[in-house]
Design a protein around this ligand. Structure first.
Ligand code: PMP
Length: 450
């Protein structure tokens, strides 16, 4: 047992609960030095709020890992999972069940254009792995171009196409994964549309041996980067000119997050392949999905679809997905997200005026970021990007911690606070969250000349 070790328990507060102590001892914390892990016990959630074991309540401004799009403890989804569990929790993927077939139909309906046939898995990572594999099988080519400021998953293939520092410890990674520059107007030396023409050049120099260009239509964890309107349509054109597919990773940007069904809809683009997870089930069950166009689906009529998992199309997860997607429709949550998203935008602009350490606020719908700076004129970030490989403490972590003390849960990555609340959030909830951020941003203001 590790219970007598020097490090175990070091980061825990003296009043840690039994569950927090057990968890720390027996369960790995993700992406962390284990000595620094200090899990907080959550006892429950309802709507846009959740509670911790010490009796405090928090507003969930990040929707946990930008996935709780429906809010917590919705009866419709809980009941759908329970009913399916009573009828039969699991049958092999060679059989079908009502939730799986109906969710497949539903996804063909809500996704853009002729995206029509879905492979179901259990996470965003798997959804991306399937997208890569399908692109390779369909084109007969191997290489994938993705971008530096991206996250696509944690397994061998998906971490190899990930551009952010989390990839570094997994390098050299899978061969044939190539990184391109990003549409990041605030922080890159390249203009967004210049970065796009660079991708055209890369495809040419690769001699048209690229299976797909893989992008988040709106970049999520790497800073909420919204490209110019012309970017995504032109990227599709460029990819197709070189015989490559366009894969849109909608794991974070999908299911109402942007105020449209999908990030691709913001730009009126139908990708060839789309990966989804997170909001797909409203985070009520682990569910990933990879949907392809009619043309790609047809290809596998006579070529083998050589892919699968034991839990592909798990009935409980599909029941959750079907209930979640139906709820977005029935509760008209997508127009709601667009509307309250504009309100959030306005409130964040006010914060930017009051706090010199706010470099930029940006985003679309209920998908928004606050990038901090210690020098607004030169746009100097706090800390270094690479700090995040070790998850070392930075000013942005201190701002998140200060927001937590104000009753607001807001995650961050790479010097940016990331907001992706449950879609049912109201203007009053937003006011409450912004009041907490207003206090928390004093921490970064104070750190500017430090
Ligand atoms: N793609 C994107 C765009 C993501 O944001 C994430 C998760 N943050 C993933 C893929 C991986 O999803 P998961 O963590 O469910 O495996």
């Amino acid at each position: 047992s590790m219970s007598d070790s020097q490090t175990s328990g070091d980061a825990l507060p003296d009043d840690a609960t039994e569950i927090e102590r057990l968890d720390k001892e027996y369960v790995f914390g993700t992406w962390s030095f284990q000595s620094e892990v200090s899990p907080t016990e959550i006892t429950g959630g309802s709507g846009v709020r959740f509670s911790t074991a010490d009796g405090e309540e928090y507003i969930d401004l990040s929707g946990q890992l930008m996935c709780s799009n429906l809010g917590h403890s919705a009866d419709t989804v809980a009941d759908a999972i329970s009913e399916q569990a009573h009828e039969g929790a699991y049958f092999a993927p060679g059989f079908t069940t009502e939730p799986r077939a109906r969710l497949g139909e539903k996804l063909a309906e809500v996704t853009p254009g002729n995206l029509s046939k879905t492979f179901f898995s259990t996470s965003g990572t798997e959804a991306v792995e399937a997208a890569i594999k399908i692109a390779r099988m369909y084109t007969g080519k191997q290489k994938i171009i993705s971008r530096y400021r991206s996250y696509h998953g944690a397994t061998a293939g998906s971490i190899s196409v990930t551009g952010d520092p989390r990839r570094l410890l997994a390098e050299p990674g899978v061969p044939g994964t190539i990184k391109a520059p990003d549409p990041y107007a605030y922080g890159s030396t390249l203009e967004p549309m210049e970065s796009l023409e660079y991708i055209d050049e890369m495809l040419m120099l690769e001699g048209d041996t690229v299976a797909a260009v893989l992008v988040e239509p709106v970049v999520g964890s790497n800073g909420i980067l919204v490209p110019p309107d012309e970017y995504l349509p032109r990227l599709k054109e460029i990819a197709h000119d070189h015989g490559a597919l366009l894969i849109c990773d909608e794991v974070m940007s999908g299911f109402g997050r942007t105020g449209e069904w999908f990030g691709s809809d913001v730009f009126d683009v139908t990708p060839d392949i789309m990966s989804m997870a997170k909001g797909l089930s409203g985070a009520y069950a682990p569910l990933g999905a990879t949907i392809v166009t009619d043309e790609i689906a047809d290809h596998f009529e006579t070529e083998m679809f050589c892919h699968g998992h034991t839990y592909a199309g798990h009935p409980l997860a599909c029941a959750a997905g079907l209930a979640a997607v139906t709820s977005y429709q029935d509760q008209e949550l997508i127009p709601h997200a667009r509307q309250v998203g504009s309100y959030l935008e306005k409130r964040l602009e006010e914060l930017a005026e009051d706090h010199p350490s706010v470099g930029e606020t940006r985003g679309v719908g209920l998908f928004r970021g606050i990038e901090l700076t210690k020098d607004p004129d030169e746009r100097v970030p706090f800390g270094h990007r690479s700090d995040k490989i070790s998850m070392g403490s930075t000013v942005v972590d201190e701002v998140s911690a200060a927001a937590w003390d104000e009753g607001v849960y807001v995650g961050n990555m790479i010097n940016t606070l990331i907001m992706a609340p449950p879609l049912p959030i109201t203007e009053d909830d937003i006011d409450e969250a912004v009041a907490g951020l207003d206090v928390a941003l004093e921490v970064s203001d104070a750190a500017m000349d430090g």
